[in-house]
Design a protein around this ligand. Structure first.
Ligand SMILES: [Zn+2]
Length: 287
């Protein structure tokens, strides 16, 4: 998915401005919810209806689809606000002349403020991207006799990676980059090596839990780039397998994944075959 599409908009204030914006947004095909905070719970419903109907009647053109404009005033303001928590946009259209006390509700930096007539022009371009980038690096020591897992794939080798878990440096780096992009800290926070529970655990479990975490936040991986840094073994015959497996674990198409490999030209600890490292960059989108 390239863009985040705005589908639901909450407008607070059903006066002249609020109702006009509601009609405008309905015309461009959005679900619009009108909420008014004037009056008491009993009469707010009729305030919204009468304001909206006045605006619709005064328009030179009829509203394309009046059913799109939902009056969500139920008679209880808390119920009203709970109903529209998942709106993509919240627009305040409350007149200062009303001399009412303004409260606050949770918003988003991407919400737009409509103040002047010209601000409505900005509503013509309702699609915007909401991207979050994360990076990571990880290195594990190689030891003779251990099993080598890279990206969840067992690679034939006389040496494998040491670690509190299965030492899969690729999956660790992927988890860390996802946690970074979603502002959730790092792997050590969730799976400290001091906790015996995670001894010899499969890194696939870490990845599954990390994906569950971002799913709850309505975030999804857009693309991922992985670079494995090692001297040996040669991975040329395994890169496609690793990529395929990462695709399965992340539920991503192959065009959204890249797995590449490099050496350090025999320099340093990785170059002398003492360990394997991985760098990872992840791009997340919020749905
Ligand atoms: Zn690690």
């Amino acid at each position: 998915m390239e863009n985040i599409i705005i589908k639901k908009v909450l407008i607070i204030g059903s006066g002249v401005m609020g109702s006009r914006i509601a009609c405008y947004l309905s015309d461009v095909g959005l679900s619009v919810f009108l909420l008014d905070i004037i009056g008491n719970d009993k009469n707010r419903n009729s305030v919204v209806n009468s304001n909206l109907n006045k605006t619709i009647k005064s328009r030179p053109e009829p509203l394309l689809d009046k059913s799109i404009v939902h009056n969500i005033t139920t008679g209880n303001i808390i119920d009203d606000i709970n109903k529209i928590k998942d709106c993509d946009w919240i627009i305040e259209a409350v007149s200062e002349k009303e001399n009412i006390k303004i409260g606050t509700i949770d918003g988003n930096l991407l919400n737009h403020k409509i103040t002047f007539e010209n601000d409505l022009v900005a509503l013509n371009n309702l699609n915007y991207e909401s991207n979050f980038t994360g990076i990571s690096s990880d290195v594990h020591r190689l030891k003779k006799g251990e099993i080598l897992y890279l990206g969840g794939v067992k690679i034939p080798s006389s040496k494998g990676l040491l670690g509190h878990s299965d030492g899969d440096v690729v999956l660790h780096a992927i988890c860390d980059a996802i946690l970074g992009a979603s502002s959730n800290g790092d792997l050590g926070k969730y799976y400290p090596s001091s906790n015996k529970k995670w001894k010899n655990a499969s890194s696939k479990l870490f990845l599954k839990n990390t994906l569950d975490l971002i799913k709850k936040e309505n975030k999804q991986i857009k693309n991922i780039d992985v670079q494995i840094i090692l001297q040996e073994p040669k991975l040329v015959n395994y890169l496609e397998l690793i990529k395929e497996n990462i695709g399965k674990l992340l539920n991503l198409n192959s065009e959204n994944i890249n797995v590449k490999v490099t050496s350090t030209d025999k320099l340093g600890l990785i170059g002398s075959g003492e360990g394997i490292g991985t760098l990872c960059a992840v791009n997340l989108i919020k749905l």
